[in-house]
Ligand binder design. Structure first.
Ligand SMILES: [Zn+2]
Length: 267
């Protein structure tokens, strides 16, 4: 599932669309998590794309004050390729000088527009834009949930999913099962720093492509993949030696999700 670094990679790959006018929207197949309709894009058609923002795992295309919001779900893709390229193309955005295709094999992705777009935005602070660290430390250390579940809670901090939560907790040396309220303020601060460090490195590597994640660049015939999966220290490494201490990486299930950690390095 695309997390913050993958969505940020997509945002950057689409920056060439900014300034272009949206000529029309076509719907070869509007079946997504929420059915897409031509009517919802009325406020964007004939308007100029003025900016592309990312909030958590959401991508927001601004047409003046009319927003169009994308969530990639599990397998959603926003590609600058011809719509004939995929049988799973759901929505095609024809800009003045480029075509943007919203493609999804599994239909968990969605696109919303106008007020519905704004209503869907995550409540939590963006994991890469933490201004008020004290407030976030307080929220983390007041919760009785396991710290890993706190990292995944988009109402507290937005953008982190199962992969990066594992890597961040390893980087901070914190056991994913520990309750938030059992963390000291110093540990929570260390975790926030680790979050930023892991996310920035992953963005440098254009995200992780372990199953489906791809992005496309202007003029590219096919698409590109990210490379951060080559740097995973714990995620998907159960039974393999910890790269720090040599102990076997453990795998448990926490909150219904696979959880990877080193029980020597993470306390
Ligand atoms: Zn270790």
């Amino acid at each position: 599932m695309p997390e913050l670094p993958e969505v940020e990679t997509v945002r950057r790959s689409l920056s060439g669309l900014v300034g272009q006018r949206l000529r029309k929207v076509e719907l070869p197949d509007g079946r997504l998590r929420y059915r897409a309709t031509a009517a919802q894009f009325k406020g964007a058609v004939a308007q100029q794309l003025t900016g592309i923002r990312r909030l958590g795992k959401y991508l927001l295309l601004d047409f003046g004050d009319f927003p169009v919001l994308f969530h990639l779900g599990m397998t959603g893709r926003l590609l600058l390729t011809s719509p004939g390229a995929s049988a799973y193309t759901k929505v095609v955005f024809r800009f003045s000088q480029a075509t943007l295709c919203f493609v999804d094999v599994r239909r968990f992705a969605f696109v919303l527009a106008g007020n519905k777009a704004l209503a869907a935005l995550p409540a939590g602070v963006d994991a890469l834009g933490v201004q008020n660290r004290e407030a976030l430390i307080q929220k983390m250390t007041q919760s009785s949930a396991p710290i890993k579940s706190i990292l995944l809670n988009q109402k507290i901090i937005a953008g982190i999913g199962n992969i990066y939560a594992a890597e961040m907790l390893f980087a901070a040396g914190i056991d994913p099962h520990r309750r938030g309220k059992r963390l000291t303020a110093a540990e929570a601060a260390r975790l926030i720093t680790a979050c930023e460090k892991v996310l920035r490195r992953a963005i440098d590597k254009k995200g992780s492509s372990i199953s489906d994640f791809v992005y496309s660049l202007p003029g590219e015939r096919e698409y590109s993949t990210g490379a951060y999966q080559k740097e995973f220290l714990v995620y998907n490494r159960a039974g393999e030696p910890c790269k720090n201490c040599g102990a076997q990486i453990q795998k448990t299930v926490l909150g219904g999700r696979s959880t990877f950690f080193c029980n020597v390095c993470q306390k």
